[in-house]
Design a protein around this ligand. Structure first.
Ligand code: NAD
Ligand code: MG
Length: 389
């Protein structure tokens, strides 16, 4: 058997983002294990070109069609296939020639290509939590039908997944998702009302894309992660707890029926859950910095302040309500975060936009995929109507 036959061929969707570039770092350091089959980016054509020249994938997709010519000219001397536009994401997700999709697109835009890969029976390394928040029931059901393994990349979910290895016959009592608390931990509304974009983008423990950084600052991220966990691990909402753990050393925990709790720990570094998902079920050695308990002597825990960080409370409401409510929450939140990042609304206004959209958008108890798309559109329009765009 040749070496290349054994290599896992990875399709990195969202290759120019925080997750995407770190996934390529993992591929670069493990050339005998992985090779790059597909790269996709929305608008950063320069970085996509650079990545394509280095990793020599079979195909690349540039979302912004206006940049197709630029990419095409830069890669003219290669035999890399070049696609452009939104529909091309599904087209390349339909290829036979890759083994795992590393789903690193941000937001609702990741849903269609990820679902396509699931329906091809591909393994999914799932960073794009919004896919499960929006349509978790359909995605997980299709994953069973098409036998597509979904391995979480989100650090909390990777932690739980790792804690569950070898526990298939044992029932979960509850899971405990840890949250750093973000840059504004301990702050009150009189402070938050004046918070600006640049301050909110500075996370104490993680360097991430803009959208998830804002979601971490508002605690919406933890709400989205609760919904993500519900689908990934087939839990009831009552079985999911959040605890603030500012050091981000324990990445999450599982409590079993006998009361025993398992935790997965390590320094905060997304490359670890990314490489775990890509190499699963094997653990591969690396040179990442190690946790030293002498330097991290104190691990602390506290209750989240949902009265101040109301996004977590409304996300929990959406999770309990079910149906298309998490889809509505997600759509309104994407609009609200965009508006905050463009200085159109204040930090606390984000909650108001999402909450009002949840109250006004048509509720559907058991939506079809088409209805999820309709709800996403309806919610986006309503949320946008509240903001001067
Ligand atoms: P990012 O903004 O850094 O990168 C997003 C990527 O998606 C880019 O490559 C971009 O070109 C592409 N993209 C953006 N909009 C698109 C669109 N409309 N259509 C197609 N492609 C589009 O984001 P990120 O921080 O890497 O996050 C990616 C996903 O991973 C998110 O769902 C996030 O919640 C999740 N996640 C990220 C981290 C992290 O540390 N960054 C941790 C856990 C989970
Ligand atoms: Mg996370």
């Amino acid at each position: 058997m040749s070496d290349t036959f054994l290599k896992k061929r990875i399709a990195v969707f969202g290759s120019t983002g925080s997750i995407g570039t770190q996934a390529l770092d993992v591929i670069r350091t493990n050339p005998t294990l992985f090779e790059t089959e597909i790269l996709t980016a929305q608008s950063n054509a320069e970085l996509l070109i650079q990545q394509a020249l280095e990793f020599k994938p079979n195909a690349v997709v540039i979302g912004d069609e206006g940049k197709y010519k630029l990419v095409q000219e830069a890669l003219a001397k290669t035999d890399i296939k070049i696609f452009a536009g939104e529909a091309a994401l599904e087209e390349v997700a339909d290829f036979d020639s890759y083994d795992m999709m590393l789903a690193g697109i941000v937001g609702f835009a990741g849903l269609k290509p990820t679902l396509k890969a699931v329906q091809k029976g591909k393994a999914i390394g799932l960073a794009n939590k919004e896919t499960l928040v929006v349509a978790g029931d359909i995605v997980m059901q299709q994953a069973v039908v098409y036998q597509a393994p979904i391995i979480p990349v989100d650090s909390e979910h990777s932690a739980i997944f790792q804690c569950l290895v070898g526990e298939t016959r044992n029932k979960i009592d509850k899971i405990i998702l840890t949250a750093s608390g973000g840059p504004f931990i301990g702050k009150k509304p009189n402070f938050l009302v004046n918070v600006k974009r640049d301050h909110a983008l500075r996370h104490p423990n993680w360097e991430m894309g803009a959208k998830i950084s804002i979601d971490s600052a508002t605690l919406m991220n933890k709400g989205l992660e609760m919904i993500e966990a519900k689908w990934l691990f087939n839990l009831k909402p009552e079985q999911i707890q959040v605890v603030i753990h500012p050091q981000s050393i324990i990445h999450s925990m599982v409590q079993f029926e006998d009361g025993s709790i398992k935790a997965q720990m390590g320094l905060p570094d997304m490359k670890l859950p990314i490489q775990y998902a890509m190499a699963f079920p094997i653990r591969i050695p690396n040179e990442f910095p190690r946790l030293d308990f002498k330097k991290n002597a104190s691990l602390t825990f506290e209750e989240p302040d949902v009265k101040t960080f109301r996004n977590l409370a409304i996300a929990i409401d959406a999770m309990f309500k079910g149906g298309n409510m998490p889809c509505i929450l997600n759509a309104a939140n994407e609009i609200a975060v965009w508006a905050f990042l463009h200085n159109r609304i204040g930090f606390l206004d984000m909650t108001a936009v999402v909450e009002k959209t949840m109250a006004h958008t048509t509720f559907i108890e058991k939506p079809t995929l088409e209805q999820y798309f309709e709800s996403d559109g309806e919610a986006r329009n309503f949320a946008a109507s509240m903001i001067k765009m």
